[in-house]
Design a protein around this ligand. Structure first.
Ligand SMILES: NC(=O)c1ccc[n+]([C@@H]2O[C@H](COP(=O)([O-])OP(=O)(O)OC[C@H]3O[C@@H](n4cnc5c(N)ncnc54)[C@H](O)[C@@H]3O)[C@@H](O)[C@H]2O)c1
Ligand SMILES: O=C(O)C(=O)CC1(C(=O)O)C=CC(O)C=C1
Length: 306
């Protein structure tokens, strides 16, 4: 990288924060990672694992010594932390990695121009959380969506370019997007699927004549795949749904209509309608595989040993 961020501060050392720390050291010229987390246990674990070089005892201390501040806490906390960065030294670059962007940008409105805030969202993750879950290649071949602040000064443009280069160094493709569009698109591709997975697992609890032991014992592939998604961090997802309410409710409305169409087709034995809908889904999966965003191997390649 031309102008690397030599010292970075990771605020919130979980799956994404620790992955950024690993990737920055491995491929973006970072030589020192300072970490701050609300949890002292997480700070100690991150230090022990070598995810961070130094644990800061406060947000201020982490920010003071860094070229780049990475906000990788749940989205609700990002909104609370941003206003506290108003007094950061001039030229500090701050980047978040939150899953929704409108509420984060709203919280950044009060920052002075001397702080360069670049909202980013790596569309990459797993169902695991915590500092041990991160790895350097998480962002490789994935998209990172940047939703820049509305400002046209040259200094901000330079910081934007440095953040763009950082994600490219991690192996991501980078695209810029308006925050409102980002929030609607991700409500379709990420937030609704998680809501459906959480709801499906909840529904299994509701069928009283099938007990939990049977659900576990006879769990079929489709159910197992949903449970992977539904094992994601409850606090992270609570914050996503609260902070992307409008887009999620819009997409959920469309989903409910589609579900009613399916329900009706099943009730009336309309095989043609069902077959048509299922064929369309198969085509979409093929397109995702062809775009290199998923493995074509059965069961996502998880059956392979070694
Ligand atoms: N998990 C994913 O797949 C994924 C993918 C892309 C983006 N994101 C986004 O990245 C962010 C982090 O997600 P994650 O999966 O790494 O979460 P995580 O649960 O693994 O880690 C979050 C960490 O933030 C800490 N934290 C909470 N409040 C804090 C505060 N006020 N100050 C300092 N630390 C605080 C927690 O103690 C925890 O260690 C979220 O905003 C999420 O929306 C997640
Ligand atoms: O792969 C997963 O397990 C994820 O949930 C990652 C995932 C998603 O694909 O929906 C989750 C949240 C994000 O903000 C980005 C990526």
């Amino acid at each position: 990288m031309d102008e690397p961020f030599e010292t970075i501060a990771i605020v919130g050392i979980g799956l994404i924060g620790s992955s950024v720390a690993h990737a920055a050291r491995a491929s973006a010229g970072t030589t020192k990672v300072v970490g701050y987390d609300l949890s002292a246990d997480v700070r100690a674990e991150a230090l022990r694992l070598g995810v961070i070089d130094e644990a800061a005892d406060s947000l201020e201390n982490a920010v003071a010594q860094s070229d780049l501040v990475v906000l990788s806490t749940p989205v609700g906390a990002i909104g609370k932390i941003l206003p506290q960065l108003a007094s950061a030294k001039a030229g500090t670059v701050v980047m978040d990695v939150g899953s929704c962007k409108g509420s984060v940008i709203e919280a950044a409105q009060g920052l002075p121009d001397s702080v360069h805030f670049v909202p980013a969202h790596p569309v990459a993750g797993t169902e695991h959380s915590g500092p041990a879950a991160g790895f350097a290649t998480l962002f490789r071949n994935r998209w990172c969506i940047i939703t820049p602040m509305e400002r046209s000064d040259e200094a901000y443009g330079r910081s934007l370019a440095r953040v763009d280069a950082l994600w490219r160094a991690f192996g991501s493709d980078v695209v810029q997007m308006d925050a409102k569009h980002h929030d609607l698109a991700l409500a379709v591709t990420s937030h609704l699927p998680h809501l459906i997975a959480y709801t499906l697992v909840g529904a299994a609890d509701d069928v009283e004549s099938v007990n939990e032991a049977e659900v576990v014992k006879y769990s079929a592939g489709g159910f197992r795949d949903f449970t992977r998604i539904a094992a994601s961090d409850p606090i992270m997802w609570r914050d996503v749904f609260i902070n992307n309410k409008e887009a999620v409710l819009e997409v959920l409305g469309r989903f409910s209509e589609e579900l009613a169409v399916m329900q009706r087709a099943i009730r009336w034995g309309d095989g043609e309608a069902l077959e048509k809908a299922f064929a369309r889904s198969r085509g979409l999966r093929k397109a995702i595989i062809e775009a290199g965003q998923e493995s074509a191997e059965p069961n996502f390649g998880r059956d392979k040993k070694g």
